[in-house]
Design a protein around this ligand. Sequence first.
Ligand SMILES: [Zn+2]
Length: 273
Amino acid sequence: MTPLLIAIVLFGACIGSFTNVVAWRLPRQESPIWPGSHCPSCGHPVRWHDNVPVLGWLCLRGRCRDCSTTISPRYPIVEAVSGGLWLSALIPAFGNGEPTMVLITLLTGLVLISLLLPLVLIDLDHLWLPEPICRAGVICGVLATVLIAWGAGSDNPMETLLNHLIASATGLLVMEGLSALAQRLLGQPALGLGDAKLAAMAGAWLGLGGLGISMALAVFSGAAVGTLGRCTGRLGPRQPFPFGPFIAFGIWMTWLMGAPWWWQRWLALVGGA
Ligand SMILES: [Zn+2]
């Protein structure tokens, strides 16, 4: 079991390394594959042993081997976080006793987190959720739903698929509607159209119930962080901040625990109040 866990973390860290490259290059319209990693300051190619996730950065003490320019600690942090997130993908997999379903749940979860992480980074940097990744996210969500619905031998897989397709369309339309409404009320764009595409992705992966839960988690976590940012003065009064990371957080939390689990917590909270 342990070698499997280590392998998952290492693979996750490697994908995290690639995610760093994608997050840097996609907004600059550069190919994520060619040329290989190079120092953005001096242009020297990064040696393979310096490119080892986390360890490479630690060995170099966060500086380029050639020109000594500082390399942001964000790189090893993203790699480590990606490794941790890959490990967390085991949580929903273990709920499924059947080996085929364990594998399907794990693999689809890894695809989901590998799509969410670059979206989060690019939205943090550029307030932009790239359309190609969102579109791939919706398509992968539909494929994952097909795999899970038919793989689990559920009574009515067609109904599940339909639910997720409707949820995807609902996410897109509701968020676009809210965005238009907010713009009229506030006189400035409040939600990006990218957020609507990410909501479409949430629906495709999670279905109608999961879409509701994930968006609720996004709104609560976004409001909490936004309020904290405004109170501490780190965020200006009308300064926009990306909502995509919070939607991604909501999607991942719903994926990990399942919509019914969150729904029960919510009912307990409301009932206890
Ligand atoms: Zn350099």
